[in-house]
Structure formats: C-alpha cells, structure tokens
Design a protein around this ligand. Structure first.
Ligand code: OSB
Ligand code: MG
Length: 382
C-alpha cells in the first residue's frame, strides 16, 4: 500500500441546478448544493472528492452544513499532516471516538483513495480491486404526477438503453403507477421500486400487491433504522427487499443477513462512511450469496467517478444508479462527461486517478463558499 500525507484540503460549496426536480417520498430536490474537497498530498498530488449529503435531512440526518462542520472541526484535523500507511487505514482513523457523520467521513476517506490512485498512477477501479470493464446502468425515476407520465418516462428510459428501471413510490402513488409502468415496458426488463421509508408494517398486505409485477426488488419500504420490521415484512413478500438507508455500517449489513431483513443491498459509499466499509459490505454479501448494486445520490461527475470505480467490484452484479451526466445537469463539472453506451453500460475509466478531468474553471464559476484547511505542523498531531 502506498503511504501518503494530506497537506492541504480545499473545501468548497458549489450549486448545480438539476435539469428537472427530483421527487422522492420524503421531499423534492431542484438544485444540488454540493461540497467538494480538493486534497493535496505532501508531494503535490491532487485528488478531488465529493460529499453526497443533501441540503436538508430528508434521506439521512446529515446535511451539507453538518458535513462541512464535521469535516472542518473534527475530521480533517485527524488527517492533515499525518502520514497514513494506505487508504484502507483512513476509515478507522476518522471513526475513532467520532460517531456518525458518515458522509463527511466518506468524502475524506474516498478522497484518500483518489489520492493514492493519483500517486500510484493507476485507475481508481484497480486500486479498489475492481474487475469489471463496463457496468450495467439503471435509471431512478422520481415520483411523477400520474401513472401515464411515469410510464412514458420508463418507456423512454428503456429506449435509451437503461438495463433497469427504478421508480420512486409512496402511499397513494404505488400499485397503479407500477402497473402502468410494467404494462408499458413489458415483462422482460428489470423493474424495481424505492419507497425511501414511506411505509409501515401495517402496509404489508398493500405492499404484497407489488408481488404481482415481478419486481427485482422493493427498496427501503420501512423506517430508515429499522431492521426488525423489514425482516417481518420480507417474510410476508415474495419480492426481495433491498435495503438502502438502513445499511449504515458493516455491522448493519451483518445484522440484515442474520435477521433476514432483506436479500439485496444498495451500497452507497457516502452512506456507510467510505470505500473501506463499502468493500467489506460487498465481501460479506458475496459470501452470503446476496447481490449488491451501487446506488446514487444525484452526484456530480466527481462523485460518479468514485461510484463507477466501486461498482467495478465483482459482486456489484445488479445495474447501478449510474446515469450519465446529461440526465442530471446542463453541464457537468468533469470532462469528458459521464455517458452511457447504447446497450446501457457505463465504461470504467482506464486512465490513472479518477479517469476524468475536473473542470476547475467551471467549478470556480459556481463556487459560493470556500475554506482552506492546512496542517499546522509537518508532524502528526492526532
Ligand atoms: O434512495 O436511492 C435513493 C436520490 C435522492 C435520494 C435518495 C435516492 C435517490 C436516487 C437517485 O434514487 C439515484 C441517482 O443518483 O440517480
Ligand atoms: Mg434508495
């Protein structure tokens, strides 16, 4: 493992407007406020990373502002000026006696993996142990006004080549919406739904109606921190339950398997605190015979580079929420922008580092806040 020492971290907030609002059961997003980190190694290597926390705590308790505080006050000082033996050591370094703040930790931790990819002049996917050259891509469709609107979106996505269609649901916008989509796209294309914790166990019989549509999975129907009721629900459904919000650590993934709370995991590296726990969850699921896939947080092209690298691991066997840049933004902050091939695959970069160039001029033009963090001394002060 290549050791490194982070000398400087430039933190900034950018604003990126989504092409259209994205609605999930717990809220709507129109514009992304995104925290970006630029990490500089003692030897001058640079890596950019992204914090995936949203503006409001509608997905998890973190927000961009809590992450900013956690990074500047507690986490970055753990890293700055400290010689670290390799990126796999960062998760433990940031975790010791600092609870939670997984997305803040992940932004730093993943940045260190990016930095090592730069230092080793190897693609990030190779550094994490990836094996795939291309990754099947799915689309996540936000809640629409009518079943017909949703079916139209789904049909267009299938025509564009997407390998999996995920539709957001909530009480009152579920069975009829899914029926319309299944009718429109036909029986053979992979379809799934994501409730973002909008239901309770009292809805079990209602949710069982979804079993009729041959869904690949039902993602996060119940409470974000609830493994016990998900286990009860899974016993009452034939559709596999997939957990997203509930899997916040390696231990929670083990608990899920022990309790039978689900049969698939959506791995988002931000949610679990970085690449090291992501890889561990991937490995545990692989040993248990459970597939995983890479979720999305409406990332910019920088976050996407990390997700694509992670999703190149062997057990990411289901299509990821890895839509191309143009699905989200008028203009992305990397070049080339992320694209999808006509057969719905995203190509894993083979160039060293993140595999995409960061458009710093464009980033400068949309930056609304910056903070420079530097090591006070050249020696460890952890
Ligand atoms: O639950 O996966 C989710 C977007 C915002 C909040 C939660 C989720 C999502 C997505 C978007 O599904 C996936 C993407 O980035 O395309
Ligand atoms: Mg989800």
């Amino acid at each position: 493992m290549t050791s490194f020492c982070v000398d400087r971290i430039a933190l900034r907030e950018i604003r990126l407007a989504l092409k259209e609002p994205f609605r999930i059961s717990s809220g709507v997003m129109q514009e992304r406020r995104i925290a970006l980190l630029e990490l500089t190694d003692r030897d001058g290597a640079v890596a950019w990373a992204e914090c995936v926390a949203f503006q409001r705590p509608i997905y998890s308790s973190e927000t961009i502002d809590t992450a900013w505080l956690a990074i500047t006050e507690w986490l970055a000082p753990r890293l700055l000026g400290v010689s670290v033996e390799g990126p796999a050591a960062v998760h433990a370094l940031l975790g010791e006696n600092i609870r939670g703040h997984n997305m803040a930790k992940a932004a730093l931790e993943m940045g260190c993996w990016g930095l090592v990819a730069e230092l080793e002049q190897r693609p990030l996917s190779a550094v994490v142990g990836g094996v795939r050259e291309r990754i099947p891509t799915g689309i996540s469709l936000g809640i629409q006004a009518t079943p017909a609107n949703l079916a139209e979106r789904a049909t267009a996505a299938v025509a564009a080549g997407y390998r999996k269609i995920k539709v957001k649901i909530e009480p009152g916008r579920d069975v009829e919406f899914v029926r319309a989509v299944r009718q429109a796209i036909g029986p053979s294309i992979g379809l799934m739904v994501d409730a973002n914790s909008a239901y309770t166990l009292r809805d079990a019989d209602h949710l069982a109606q979804l079993d009729a549509f041959d869904l690949i999975m039902l993602e996060q129907p119940l409470g974000d921190d609830d493994l016990v009721r998900h286990a009860e629900l899974q016993r009452r459904l034939s559709t596999p339950v997939c957990l997203d919000e509930s899997i916040t650590s390696v231990d929670r993934a083990e608990d899920m398997i022990t309790l039978g709370s689900g049969r698939i995991v959506n791995i988002k590296p931000g949610r679990v605190g970085g690449f090291t726990p992501s890889i561990a969850i991937h490995d545990i699921c692989q040993r248990a015979g459970l597939p995983v896939w890479c979720g999305g947080m409406l990332e910019s092209g920088i976050g996407r580079a990390y997700n694509v690298a992670l999703a190149s691991l062997a057990n990411f066997s289901l299509p990821g929420d890895l839509s191309p840049s143009a699905r989200y933004w008028a203009r992305d902050i990397v070049s080339p922008e992320w694209t999808m091939e006509s057969d719905g695959m995203v190509r894993v970069p083979t160039a060293p580092g993140l595999g995409v160039a960061v458009d710093t001029d464009f980033i400068d033009s949309i930056t609304v806040r910056t903070q420079e963090l530097a090591s006070r001394t050249a020696v460890a002060v952890a």
